[in-house]
Design a protein around this ligand. Structure first.
Ligand SMILES: Nc1ncnc2c1ncn2[C@@H]1O[C@H](COP(=O)(O)OP(=O)(O)OP(=O)(O)O)[C@@H](O)[C@H]1O
Ligand SMILES: [Mg+2]
Length: 339
């Protein structure tokens, strides 16, 4: 497989009145051509900041890439100029934002909004761009695209609007599509439809996808690999099967236990007790130690290195050290009851 995007020890901070918020602290991952990677983790774990860094859309004068590289087809985007980024954003790498309401312009027809990128990046004539817009609307499953292309966002339902947002993101055939919680604002049936659509589109277009979500449940159908983030770090990464069936990090166990289960007798969801670390004064050891039921002294004092569990599976946890006691994941964290 061909390496498309590679984050290497990325550190991102925000300068606030209260001090420096160390939102992303040493994130590394790779994305291969055409693959889909899910980034999961609780609110505040650094998922959006990581993806905004790739697009270089951090708030001006407040957000900084402090260290590390973001290599896209060999070029380090962390050091790219705004002019270079303008050529990449929306053309080579596209992003669907967390809040679909703010990503469409209410005063412009959706056709115009799809055509904007096409005209800018692909030098298309008006009529070519319009035709391509209609085809894109068809591709994302919008009925009567010839008519709907001239309508405004408020004339579309929430699910249809998100399809339009996806059409805009795909307009220029990007190599990478970053979808930041693309379905959180939608109801469950529509969520499933949008995820199906994304998988379908990936098959058709070969676009690599980074899917960001706090819900492990939504990744199973779409992603091939999963990175679990906590406190600005990736604490575990593996294939979907490895994360679901052989998870090694107690934080991943917590996320799995808090996932709704189809066959569960009790409908009660187990939230992970405690709160995320203070990123102004991040702990020197494992960020999860304060909430981890298995934490040892070493966990509080030292950040564990990532241990290779397999060639595709890594976890940063002291429990994987040979001197640590052997701990099995709790029953609630075991998908399908197969331990
Ligand atoms: N503009 C900002 N100024 C200061 N701190 C910020 C800013 N944006 C984000 N942060 C901080 O960075 C950390 C990571 O935020 P991020 O938005 O990446 O979380 P997330 O994992 O995407 O969470 P969610 O699931 O809620 O979207 C948080 O602690 C947040 O408070
Ligand atoms: Mg976010």
């Amino acid at each position: 497989m061909e390496k498309l995007l590679e984050l290497d020890n990325l550190h991102v901070s925000f300068q606030t009145y209260g001090g420096e918020v160390k939102a992303v602290r040493g994130v590394s991952f790779t994305l291969e051509k055409g693959e889909s990677l899910a980034i999961v983790g609780e609110s505040g774990s650094g998922k959006s900041v990581t993806s905004k860094s790739v697009m270089r859309l951090l708030p001006n004068k407040i957000g900084f890439i402090k260290e590390g590289a973001i290599r896209f087809q060999g070029k380090d985007l962390a050091k790219a100029s705004e002019r270079e980024m303008e050529k990449i954003r929306g053309a080579e790498i596209s992003m669907i934002f967390q809040d679909p309401m703010t990503s469409l312009n209410p005063t412009m027809t959706i056709g115009k909004q799809i055509m904007e990128g096409l005209r800018k990046h692909q030098n298309m004539s008006k009529s070519e761009a319009k035709e391509r817009s209609i085809n894109l609307l068809k591709l994302v499953g919008i009925p009567n695209p010839e008519l709907r292309v001239d309508e405004y966002p408020h004339q579309f339902s929430g699910g249809m609007r998100q399809r339009v947002v996806i059409a805009i993101a795909l307009a220029c055939n990007p190599k990478v599509l970053i979808a930041d919680e693309p379905t959180t604002a939608l109801d469950v049936t529509i969520q499933a439809q949008i995820l199906d659509l994304m998988r379908d589109l990936q098959d058709k277009t070969g676009t690599a996808i980074i899917l960001i979500t706090h819900d492990l449940g939504v990744v199973a159908n779409l992603a091939q690999r999963v990175a679990v983030m906590y406190g600005g770090m990736i604490v575990e990464t593996g294939t979907v099967d490895e994360i679901f069936y052989k998870p090694k990090h107690p934080y991943t166990w917590g996320l799995l236990a808090s996932m709704p289960k189809l066959n569960a007798e009790s409908k009660e969801l187990l939230a992970i007790p405690g709160t995320p670390p203070d990123l102004m004064n991040p702990p020197k050891g494992c960020p999860f130690a304060a909430r981890c039921p298995y934490a040892m002294e070493v966990c509080v004092e030292n950040m564990p290195d990532a241990t290779d569990v397999s060639s595709t599976h890594k976890a940063a946890c002291w429990l994987l050290d040979e001197r640590a006691p052997k701990v099995e994941p709790p029953e609630e964290a075991v998908v399908g009851g197969a331990r």
